[in-house]
Ligand binder design. Structure first.
Ligand SMILES: Cc1cc2nc3c(=O)[nH]c(=O)nc-3n(C[C@H](O)[C@H](O)[C@H](O)COP(=O)(O)OP(=O)(O)OC[C@H]3O[C@@H](n4cnc5c(N)ncnc54)[C@H](O)[C@@H]3O)c2cc1C
Length: 506
């Protein structure tokens, strides 16, 4: 028998997480449930989080978003990957490009034939088999041409860079137009049911004005503070700083550079790294660092000395702790966004984690019964997503050969999760990479980082020897040549934007 449906959903917080959740629920629930966002202008939003991964397109389809309108409204640009500078060794440079690498033709994957040619000294750099990497080098962009069969143009996968405050505003406009009610005010505390089957469930949040906002389901999008999930329900936090020791960031926008690059750059420094996110009207920059190894002043000086243009504000400090809440869903509270945990933005995964939590919420949407089995599965899935991304981010730190600072030496020698060790061991023996279940990063992502940071397999797959060396060479050469020709005809990134989605912030 169906338990009675929920009536009122209260979303606490109006940052990226709050408004993404509100718009998605308003779209999917089609006005059958009351959706209310409570946010405080005085507290504001974290205001960073400007680079995404291609999975965001699924979310955009879910909320029926028009790509060009969205990029115009958020001064956005296109992103084809992330360039990593100084990660393996000082002076190294590689890219984690989105989409496919090469083309599968024979029994084992393309990468194994590439390893084989590398071993005989005939291979070209990996990037030459990736259309997104080659397009990034040339500052070109176009979306995938799914209508052209057997062309690398089909393989273009893209994401976006956008202005975080404009994104929250844009989503708010969509949400309100789809029936979401917004309440401005600072929440002082939450009240919980005293008795009954659902004793301990949150039943209302109380504002400074004294107003009570009641609900059946509460989505905690209140940011790092975790107003409901932690301050009210004391769910607990699992700290991962033994593997990801950075704990602070400084963010600063600067003037644009002459060339509009279609990728994020992550440059490793002495005790952390710096992001560079090109938007239409400015470049977003930030230095993520470990406060045990570098002072705030030094971190600010490093950041400011690596900008492309004049800074447009003073560096803004942000403190964080890496890890996740022990439970993302506790009683009738679901934490989404920074309230659920934090992994540093090295692979631009936080907005993706918001999106995947929203999809899980839709999959396990509760009624008033709040089924324990559903909640447990939701929590297992959240942990799985967080842990698999955590391992991928740790890989970047651990797999370094730098000897110029204690920070990098510590990272190279630290113990790592067994799940990551297994992945590295598997690759080291025969270059094999196995994607576990539906973990976010595919074989192509892992390969690019492991190869880019100088991990080499001892051997390749034995079955890659079944083709002759000449046939293998010709096969790879044809892929490389076609990619180069395709990149030649692609439009320039800045031109593409000017034609389709020039900035028009609201
Ligand atoms: C340094 C840094 C860089 C990042 N870069 C990226 C990136 O490149 N890509 C990416 O995907 N992610 C990135 N992230 C993560 C990304 O910024 C967040 O996932 C995203 O902004 C979501 O934040 P949020 O909505 O959870 O929290 P917030 O933006 O902090 O929003 C919290 C909301 O809760 C409200 N609130 C809080 N307390 C109260 C109260 N008492 N009463 C009423 N309202 C309240 C606030 O007003 C606000 O509206 C980055 C994060 C950091 C720290």
């Amino acid at each position: 028998m169906q338990a009675s449906p929920l009536q009122n959903i209260v979303i606490v917080g109006g940052g990226t997480a709050g408004w993404m959740t509100a718009v998605a629920l308003a779209t999917v629930l089609k006005g059958r449930y009351g959706i209310r966002v409570v946010e405080s202008d005085e507290i504001g939003i974290v205001g960073v989080g400007e680079a995404t991964i291609p999975m965001i397109q699924r979310f955009n389809r879910l909320i029926e978003l028009d790509e060009n309108e969205f990029l115009s409204a958020t001064c956005g640009t296109f992103k084809l990957g992330i360039e990593f500078v100084n990660w393996g060794r000082m002076g190294d440079r590689y890219m984690h490009g989105f989409g496919r690498l090469g083309r599968d033709l024979w029994p084992v994957g393309f990468d194994q034939y590439w390893h084989r040619l590398q071993a005989t000294g005939q291979g070209h750099p990996l990037e030459q088999y990736s259309i997104t990497r080659m397009a990034s080098r040339a500052n070109k962009f176009m979306p995938a041409r799914t209508d052209i069969e057997n062309s690398p143009l089909q393989d273009i996968a893209h994401a976006y860079h956008f202005d975080a405050s404009l994104y929250a505003k844009y989503l708010r406009r969509l949400g309100e137009a789809r029936g979401v009610r917004r309440t401005e005010g600072k929440i002082t505390h939450a009240t919980q049911r005293a008795e009954g089957r659902h004793a301990g469930h949150v039943d209302a949040v109380v504002l400074e004005s004294g107003e009570r906002v009641e609900g059946d389901l509460f989505i905690d999008c209140s940011g790092f503070r975790g107003l409901l999930i932690e301050q009210t329900l004391q769910t607990g936090f699992e700290d991962w700083s033994q593997w990801l020791p950075c704990d602070r960031a400084l963010a600063v926008p600067c003037e644009s550079a002459p060339v509009l690059t279609p990728y994020t750059r992550a440059t490793a420094h002495r005790a952390g790294w710096q992001w560079r996110i090109p938007l239409q009207h400015r470049i977003g920059n930030g230095h993520v660092y470990c406060s045990r190894h570098i002072s705030d002043d030094e971190a600010a000086a490093t950041l400011l000395s690596h900008l492309d243009g004049k800074p447009l504000a003073d560096p803004r400090p942000i403190r964080f702790r890496t890890g996740m809440r022990r439970l993302a869903w506790n009683r009738n509270v679901i934490a989404i966004g920074l309230a659920s945990g934090f992994l540093e933005p090295l692979e631009s995964t936080s907005i993706h984690l918001i999106q995947s939590a929203i999809q899980q919420l839709i999959d396990f949407f509760p009624d008033r019964g709040f089924n324990e089995a559903d909640i447990a599965q939701f929590n297992r899935d959240s942990r799985f997503h967080y842990e698999r991304i955590r391992d991928f981010v740790i890989l970047h730190y651990h797999l370094n050969q730098r000897d110029d600072s204690e920070f990098w030496r510590d990272c190279a020698h630290m113990g790592i999760p067994q799940t990551l060790q297994d992945k590295m061991d598997l690759f080291r023996s025969h270059g094999r990479i196995v994607r576990v279940d539906n973990e976010l990063f595919s074989e192509v992502g892992w390969l690019q980082v492991m190869e880019g940071q100088n991990l080499r397999p001892q051997r390749h797959h034995p079955l890659a020897e079944l083709q002759s060396e000449q046939a293998t060479f010709d096969y790879l050469e044809s892929i490389r040549t076609v990619i180069a020709k395709c990149v030649d005809v692609m439009p320039d990134h800045a031109q593409y934007i000017a034609q389709h989605c020039a900035a028009r912030p609201m």
